[in-house]
Ligand binder design. Sequence first.
Ligand code: SF4
Length: 384
Amino acid sequence: MSDEQQPHSVKGPSSAERWLNCGGSTHIIQALKLNEGEDTEDGPEYRREGTAAHALATICLRNGQEPWEYAGLEMCGAKVNPEMVEAVQTYVDVCRGVQTPATRHTYIEQRLGDPAHPEFFGTLDFAAVGHISADIVDFKYGRGIRVGIEWNPQLMCYAYLLLMRHPEITQIGMRIVQPRLGNDGSEHFFLLADAVRRWADEHLLPVLMGVGHVADLVPGEHCRFCPAKLHCPALTGIFEVLANAKAAAVKEMTPEILAAHCDQIEAVNIYIAALKDERMRRLSAGDPVPRWKLVALKANRVYRAGVEAIFREKFGKRAYSKPELLSPAQMEKLGDEAAAMVAEHSYKPDKGFTCAPVSDPRPAIVIRKASETFASAAPAEEEF
Ligand code: SF4
């Protein structure tokens, strides 16, 4: 969805799953001046692509155009490639499909908000509003995690905001189109307007009004997209407790304690993933992380293109493990001549790098920071 293209609201629909489950997250994010929009499952390049895909969809829906008309062009810093064309076409088709002769209002990339709660606003991707019903369509270009449709907090927030504009609506349908994860928008979640309002009364409005334990930090699966997860005392506290716990004590746990620990597994996994991402980010930027280094990922040798005929001519059927050519390691076992040919006609593809402890026997990959590179390129100072 497209909230990521806008200045972020403190309590926007796109992060509703987090702040509805962990009311204290908004305070910690604000206190640490963290950027709501940056912590997504996908990296900056994917965010750029997501912005481009949304922009392309908006143009097509507003102008009655087709995504292929923009193939190969640059949009919002990303190239409109065939995959983007196909994904946007799927979304555009769903949006056009929910429009009917009864549609009175069409919303495309429409900002919606609640005047009573100025921090609660966001940008709705698409909605078609008829006399008594409305359809909301949310476009997700990412391929991190497939998002569920039923009672999805983000769509429930948009449904509630849309009902504020159109109180005459009695029913509302919601769809998510996430083409790169196989969701073509054919599945939809349908609710009566009263059910949406009841959900808002029970789950949304108490949090917006600051009723109850809204300052509590509550870890869970929703921590995945929280920009505060590496700073959060609740999450780091659980991690430290579990990291120092004795595995042998697990056998002695009561069912309740075992369940309580298991409830935290996902949150701890999210924290561990965040630690690994940060370690990789720093090492890749040339910043030190004590006791860790970058190393090349292990890669098996592969043959250079077009060498099969050379081995077939030399070794005939012996060069095959039906119906494939023998692997380089298997081929070497045919003798010294075969080993020499493998050395000439194979290579190890570059698989990128990973993090490893300094004790790892692989040589460290040294990343020079841009500032160091430029400093070494600068003309040497004259000595006097
Ligand atoms: S990391 Fe989890 S528990 Fe901590 S503030 Fe974020 S959502 Fe809440």
